[in-house]
Design a binder for this molecule. Structure first.
Ligand code: PMV
Length: 310
């Protein structure tokens, strides 16, 4: 069995597409798994995607597969110079789709790990990351590469598009509540809409992008110093800028307000927006009250997440 966990963007989504930094962490409460079993000789390669009810046959000669899993398998076979083996790979995932958790990248990473292992290869992180990024383009159009990077390497990253991701230290353990709104939304669409805004009014919206970058650089210092109060204030500013970029929604704003009203140090949408999840930064003492407020405001699912001091 091979797996990959979900991810959470702490700060910097959308601006990261324009070369600004973003900070993301693995979210192991949610995972995608791939389980390979031998198939009878001559049966070829089949992917069983239970969660979306698909059975996919993989042929090397398909021109442009319209399915990301088929594409991932083909890219892997090409990279390893292999023919489709007689194999059945079952994919399962607990990661909500279109919810800012990196579901696409996690499922792809688990599948490629499973297929390459069955072919007797273990891809290193960089090789796997390159393949998952290719597939991300099918999901997202112009991905920054943050999802595949944090999911493939499985550790917190300070990420700038096109640069080697930097690890960072965390001065004191930080406690978050992650709440899924239960609404799925297309990151391809929100990224496209932000692009149109930035192109149409570069001064105003390009300014928001730069302001987010500034927030993320400051936030890194807060994480390193373990300054939760200052980090929370930056999260609130980041959410306001994402709202101005039109990627929030009534429900996401209500979740953020509910968390702040119950005493959270900070709260913001996380990921592509218009749906997906909201993260709130809390002290352990506040967690129960903030969780209750989030549920009351319409949180569909809720998980605690601790970023340990490192
Ligand atoms: O996959 P999501 O919804 O978490 O969004 C990824 C973050 C964006 O910055 C919105 C897009 C990107 O490619 O970085």
């Amino acid at each position: 069995m091979h797996s990959a966990s979900a991810k959470i963007i702490l700060l910097g989504e959308h601006a990261v597409v324009y070369g600004q930094p973003a900070i993301a962490v693995p979210f192991p409460a949610l995972t995608a798994t791939a389980h390979a079993t031998d198939a009878p000789p001559g049966d070829g390669l089949t992917i069983l995607a239970h969660d979306v009810g698909r059975v996919l046959r993989v042929h090397l000669d398909d021109e442009t597969p319209d399915n990301a899993l088929t594409y991932a398998a083909q890219l892997t076979l090409h990279a390893l110079n292999a023919r489709p083996p007689d194999l059945s790979i079952e994919i399962r995932s607990t990661i909500p789709i279109g919810s800012g958790f990196g579901s696409g990248a996690a499922v792809t990473a688990a599948l490629i790990r499973s297929l390459s292992a069955a072919l007797g290869h273990s891809l290193d992180g960089d090789a796997l990351n390159t393949l998952v990024y290719e597939v991300e383009k099918m999901h997202h159009g112009t991905p920054s590469g943050i999802d595949n990077t944090v999911i493939v390497f499985g550790r917190p990253v300070y990420f700038v598009r096109g640069q080697t991701p930097e690890p960072f230290s965390v001065g004191r353990a930080l406690h978050f509540l992650v709440s899924d709104s239960g609404v799925s939304a297309s990151t391809r669409e929100t990224v496209g809409d932000v692009r149109r805004l930035v192109d149409s009014e570069p001064e105003q919206y390009g300014g928001h992008i730069e302001a987010i970058g500034h927030i993320v650089r400051e936030a890194r210092g807060c994480l390193e110093a373990g300054d939760a109060a200052a980090l929370g204030a930056l999260m609130i500013q980041d959410h306001d800028l994402l709202r101005a970029l039109t990627v929030s929604s009534g429900l996401l704003d209500r979740l953020v307000e509910a968390a702040l009203g119950a005493g959270a140090l900070g709260a913001k949408l996380s990921g592509g927006g218009r749906g997906g999840n909201v993260i709130a930064l809390v002290t352990p003492e506040q967690a129960g009250r903030v969780a209750a407020a989030l549920r009351e405001a319409g949180a569909h699912q809720l998980w605690p997440m601790t970023l340990e001091a490192r």
